[in-house]
Ligand binder design. Structure first.
Ligand code: ZN
Length: 301
């Protein structure tokens, strides 16, 4: 039997559980990596474009000895079992306290809720549909089924998304039957449905959209903090938009500013004058190269 998923109902990040199963990870060369299944878990396993939660499982022996097992990775297998990867062998039947790393969870929730909002704004403002989503440690991207995106369009979507951030719209997950989800699709409330059968988790962003999604989210759009679009590149299926939300956006803006200041310092100009100064330098380099070539030519040639 697979574990009860506490993260679906946002039941908190600390929980009690019993070790249901443990096995050695045969892929790991150290021979010291175990996969632990619990009867219930608040750890999100990798899936739906979102990485896994990390944290700790703590077991207390009858003697009072405490065993802390950091959770490095969490994966769901094809049978739907959630496996927590730890480097301490926990005994089946033992009670453990699980603690999910709050900062990592919040970061993932901000990026994922930000993605729902940004994708909804791309549809509302430009009719551009999101075909895939990737949440990485470094970057977050969506691929849009459009040929091109202008700078003006990007800023319009970014502004619309940030306005919905301050409108602080509630995010409400709920379960519906496959039939109900299909009816929502027919009414145009849902844009797409996953292919599997059975009940489906629908995340409502109040006044914005419904989305069939099993990921972890913030409670309302205000907690996304901010949405910053950083880069666009052409990919096979359309345009890839890289963005970040929350503290990632603040840090990214800070890093960009530091780079700009450093460059401006090297050129001895104000930040706003960097492009003009670089342009002038490049023109000078080109002219010098031309002059050198001319001087290097043998006389009379
Ligand atoms: Zn989602």
């Amino acid at each position: 039997m697979s574990a009860a998923r506490l993260y679906y109902d946002d039941a908190g990040l600390e929980f009690r559980a019993v070790v249901a199963d443990i096995r050695l990870d045969s892929q790991d060369a150290s021979g010291q990596l175990w996969q632990v299944a619990l009867d219930r878990t608040a750890f999100y396993p990798r899936g739906g474009g979102q990485p896994w939660d990390t944290g700790v499982l703590t077991a207390t022996a009858k003697s009072g000895a405490v065993l802390e097992a950091p959770v490095e990775r969490v994966e769901e297998d094809e049978a739907g079992e959630v496996w927590h990867y730890v480097r301490k062998p926990l005994v089946a039947g033992t009670e453990v306290v699980g603690q999910v790393d709050a900062e990592r969870r919040m970061d993932h929730a901000q990026q994922h809720s930000g993605q729902h909002l940004l994708s909804a704004m791309f549809v509302r403002e430009l009719g551009a549909k999101t075909v895939s989503f990737h949440l990485g440690a470094e970057s977050v991207t969506i691929d849009l089924a459009v040929e091109r995106l202008s700078e003006d369009e990007l800023r319009r979507v970014e502004t619309a998304a940030n306005r919905e951030v301050y409108a602080d719209r509630a995010l409400r997950p709920r379960w519906v039957s496959r039939e109900e989800a299909e009816a929502m699709l027919a009414r145009g409330e849902l844009r797409k449905l996953p292919e599997r059968d059975g009940p489906m988790r629908i995340v409502e962003m109040e006044g914005v959209e419904f989305n069939a999604c099993g990921g972890t989210h913030v409670a309302s759009t205000g907690a996304i903090g901010a949405i910053l679009i950083r880069r666009v590149e052409k990919v096979k299926q359309g345009q890839r938009v890289e963005f970040c939300c929350g503290l990632r956006a603040v840090r990214a803006a800070g890093r960009d500013l530091a780079l700009l200041r450093q460059t401006a310092g090297l050129l001895s100009v104000g930040a706003g004058d960097v492009p003009a100064r670089v342009e002038k330098l490049l023109a000078e380099v080109k002219a010098s190269a031309k002059e050198l070539k001319r001087l290097g030519k043998p006389a009379g040639a």
